[in-house]
Design a binder for this molecule. Structure first.
Ligand SMILES: Nc1nc2c(c(=O)[nH]1)N[C@H]1C(S)=C(S)[C@@H](COP(=O)(O)OP(=O)(O)OC[C@H]3O[C@@H](n4cnc5c(=O)[nH]c(N)nc54)[C@H](O)[C@@H]3O)O[C@H]1N2
Ligand SMILES: Nc1nc2c(c(=O)[nH]1)N[C@H]1C(S)=C(S)[C@@H](COP(=O)(O)OP(=O)(O)OC[C@H]3O[C@@H](n4cnc5c(=O)[nH]c(N)nc54)[C@H](O)[C@@H]3O)O[C@H]1N2
Ligand code: SF4
Ligand SMILES: [Mo]
Length: 745
């Protein structure tokens, strides 16, 4: 037996884990790492199941190639040859624009995803680049880009010191937080109240986070921008504005907010005017306060405007960049600019719908249009890394049909699933335990400055490829260097680029050196480790990979400190309180005030023992509360005459789902979790708990105009009684057996 230490790679909370392994390398148990200074022993049910997730017998162990609807395992050589034929065939025939790439959620959680996404994208030479960003947080990044001139300047609530936390459209008690890395988020919320602080949750559902709060304010989905405008209005009207940072546009913001008095928005938002006034007064009166919002408002109408208003309120109440307010993390690695600075978006537009580029990407919501619409630049091939778009993109089933018509598709993914079944080639990465781990992105949004590196727990088996090598070889094929090119060449090129910047940074440990000299100093067993070592040495704490290896439980780098000046990228050097780019959305918001309210709106929800689309094959994580049901308020159940099942219909599709009456959801709103819809899956446990694909109901034609982000919340639907789908009801007690592979087309 031995014990290994590793950061959990599943969600954004970066918990440290202690992993007990048997002599055969099997995981005997996973516990929280009590010696991790940040997570202090916390672990959730998913982290505790990491061994079972990792050892899932249904994971792919060898590359797979499809002929018709037959899959067979092949050697890596054959798989890469197929990729070369497929990609070069499309590139030679139709040009590089005909190839698209998608980088899914786990690419934000792996070193390979973070370090090789750029080189692979560059090598593909297409602007048809997509990522989970535009079905998730792009509105936040665009809003920060417009306000702070820097799309990576994402303020996080100073959770451990704030006196007052207003949570809007996030449920960190179940999601464990997002764009705010805080292990044991629920414990931190409890501690906030124990020290006399106050928590208010604005959400159409009374969530587990609301249970931990002092107050829950139900709000109609998609109306948070109105609510926040009314808070801004009140701060001005009652003379409660305290500016503590240099800002421009204060008067213009006052004018913007003028039409949105609390009385004017109350009915649309479903929140009494008196409550809105009190929310504003409480924020202003608290010694320190932080407003935090996430997926509930990012993936809703007015996403970008709402994210901006949240930070506008943080600025107006004097809480930006001060302890107890919202602050900017100082990560251990050097800052790499992401997108132009000062920020600008819409540098190019999507071919079919003319949607704007943001951070070099186009919106996922329009990938299907780019595949289906004939003409110069039509997408005919897709490289998909760590994504399950059929279950996660708006109108996923339509996208699934489009994928089946592609000339070529390659996926880097450990599973044959609803999306990868459309591929021609699947390249499986090794198990999590076989990969080194560093949260390059999540460690830029921690609520304390903190760093931790995890070397691989288990070695690669002979003939197995690291995910970094898989991605490097894809990049080399895309660059025209062929299936046999040496991936180490790409690693050296990337490291060389980092060092070339490094030798020119005044005061850096490499200042004035030759690149080769600096390269000789680097330490690491693989490309990603060398890149990380360079970035740590060039970072603000002068750390190195060797230093991090000496601290396998992580290093606390202290509480957050004010650093607005370092992250601001605006031309004026001021926070922009009224960016002109938002004028159109503010005009649209005024129109929204007068628009009729649809009688029934669909929203999503996240489940504690789940993570998007890919954890439903682990027996310990499915069943119980983790079921794909429609939450409906009892008044609506009675009004609509619902029985055990309901038919939910939207502009794009309809589904029959089990009804779960719940007084936790407000009347006029129903909630269905996403990531389900595994009927016929070769993942045996998932196939026995299939659920339905919530994204059959979400509309790909509706996006947040400024970021192009998908709108998953506030979808108009009709709900009617339906009989249980006879015969299709899964037999969840049946013994596991290998389900038939779904046909690929
Ligand atoms: N209706 C609705 N839809 C939503 C959302 C919602 O709230 N409501 N949320 C959205 C959000 S926030 C997100 S982030 C997206 C997520 O959507 P996606 O980006 O599609 O991510 P996942 O659904 O998590 O699927 C992850 C895929 O990566 C694979 N995978 C797992 N680990 C690894 C690994 O180590 N390497 C590789 N290469 N692959 C791996 C899994 O097998 C799976 O196929 O969904 C979005 N979709
Ligand atoms: N257990 C678990 N953890 C996860 C994930 C998971 O699938 N399961 N996914 C991970 C990912 S990819 C992400 S991005 C994060 C997301 O983390 P969170 O942002 O915390 O995500 P949710 O739990 O979906 O919380 C969104 C909340 O918004 C509410 N809501 C919906 N519409 C509206 C609206 O219009 N206005 C307001 N005010 N509220 C609204 C919903 O009821 C829900 O409670 O979680 C991560 N962690
Ligand atoms: S909260 Fe997230 S990071 Fe922590 S153990 Fe659970 S899944 Fe892993
Ligand atoms: Mo996400």
């Amino acid at each position: 037996m031995r014990t290994a230490h590793r950061t959990c790679p599943i969600c954004d909370a970066v918990c440290g884990l202690r992993i007990e392994l048997g002599d055969d390398g099997r995981v005997l148990g996973v516990r929280g790492d009590g010696d991790d200074p940040f997570s202090k022993g916390y672990v959730c049910p998913k982290g505790a199941s990491l061994g079972r997730i990792d050892e899932d017998p249904d994971r792919l162990r060898a590359p797979m190639v499809r002929t018709g609807d037959q899959w067979r395992e092949v050697s890596w050589e054959e798989a890469f040859r197929r990729v070369e034929e497929g990609l070069t065939g499309v590139i030679d025939g139709y040009g590089r624009q005909a190839v698209a790439a998608y980088f899914g959620n786990p690419t934000f959680h792996t070193m390979a995803g973070i370090f090789y996404r750029g080189p692979l994208s560059q090598a593909l030479g297409t602007t048809n680049l997509y990522s989970a960003g535009s079905i998730d947080q792009m509105p936040k990044q665009v809003a920060c880009g417009l306000m702070f001139g820097n799309a990576m300047a994402i303020p996080v609530p100073d959770l451990d010191r704030t006196d007052h936390l207003l949570v809007i459209g996030a449920n960190p008690a179940e999601s464990h937080g997002s764009l705010c890395a805080a292990p044991d988020f629920p414990g931190r919320l409890r501690a906030l109240r124990r020290r006399g602080g106050r928590i208010v949750v604005v959400d159409p559902r009374r969530t587990r986070t609301a249970d931990l709060a002092d107050e829950h304010v139900p709000v109609r989905p998609g109306t948070d921008a109105l609510l926040l405008m009314a808070i801004v209005h009140t701060l001005f009207a009652e003379d409660l504005v305290t500016l503590r940072v240099g800002a421009e546009g204060l008067e213009r913001l006052r004018e913007h907010a003028a039409p949105f008095a609390p009385e004017a928005v109350a009915e649309v938002c479903g929140v009494p005017a008196g409550t809105i006034v009190r929310l504003a007064r409480d924020l202003a009166a608290a010694p320190t306060a932080a407003v935090y919002t996430r997926v509930g408002t990012c993936t809703a109408d007015f996403g970008t405007l709402t994210q901006y208003l949240v930070d506008a309120v943080n600025v107006l109440t004097g809480n930006l960049d001060r302890p107890g307010g919202v602050m900017f993390t100082r990560p251990a690695t050097m800052e790499v600019p992401w997108g132009p600075r000062p920020f600008t978006s819409g540098r190019w537009r999507s071919r079919v719908r003319g949607l704007p580029e943001a951070l070099g990407e186009l919106p996922v919501a329009t990938l299907v249009d780019e595949i289906e619409t004939p003409g110069e630049g039509q997408v005919r091939a897709l490289v998909s890394v760590a994504g399950n778009l059929v279950l996660s993109a708006p109108n996923g089933p339509r996208l699934g049909r489009a994928l089946s018509g592609l000339d070529f598709m390659v996926c880097v993914d450990p599973y044959l699933n609803e999306t990868t079944r459309h591929a021609d080639v699947i390249l499986p990465p090794p198990r999590m335990m076989q990969m080194p781990h560093y949260d390059l992105l999540l460690l830029t949004v921690t609520v304390r400055n903190y760093t931790r590196f995890s070397p691989p727990v288990l070695p690669l088996e002979p003939g197995q490829l690291s995910e970094a090598e898989i991605m490097a070889r894809l990049a080399l094929i895309a660059a025209g260097e062929g299936a046999d090119a040496d991936p180490a060449r790409l690693d050296e090129a990337v490291v060389g680029e980092l060092l070339e910047a490094g030798v020119r940074i005044p005061g850096s440990p490499f200042e004035g050196m030759e690149v080769a000299e600096a390269r000789a100093l680097l330490d690491g067993d693989s490309g990603p480790e060398l890149m990380l070592d360079a970035m740590l040495r060039l970072g603000p704490y002068g750390l190195s990979l060797a230093e991090l290896r000496k601290h396998p439980n992580g290093i606390d780098l202290g509480p957050l400190e004010p650093r607005l000046g370092e992250v601001l990228g605006t031309e004026s050097g001021l926070v922009r309180l009224a960016p002109a780019e938002l004028d159109g959305e503010i005009a649209r918001l005024r129109e929204r005030l007068a628009a009729p309210v649809p009688p029934m709106l669909l929203i999503g929800r996240r489940q504690l023992r789940s993570n998007n689309s890919w954890l439903h094959n682990v027996p310990a994580l499915v069943g119980g509360s983790n079921r794909c049901t429609l939450h409906v308020h009892p008044d609506d159940v009675a009004r609509l005459g619902l029985g055990t099942h309901a038919r939910v219909a939207s502009a794009t599709g309809d589904l029959v789902v089990p009804v779960e009456p719940s007084d936790r959801i407000m009347p006029g709103v129903v909630s269905l979790p996403h990531g389900w819809g595994h009927a016929g899956s070769p993942q045996r446990t998932a196939a026995r708990h299939p659920g339905v694909n919530a994204n059959a109901l979400t509309d790909d034609s509706v996006v947040d105009p400024l970021s192009g982000n998908a709108v998953f919340n506030g979808v108009p639907v009709s709900v009617a009684p339906a009989p249980a789908p006879g015969g299709e009801e899964p037999d969840t007690d049946a013994a596991p057996r290998r389900a038939a592979l779904p046909p690929a087309a």
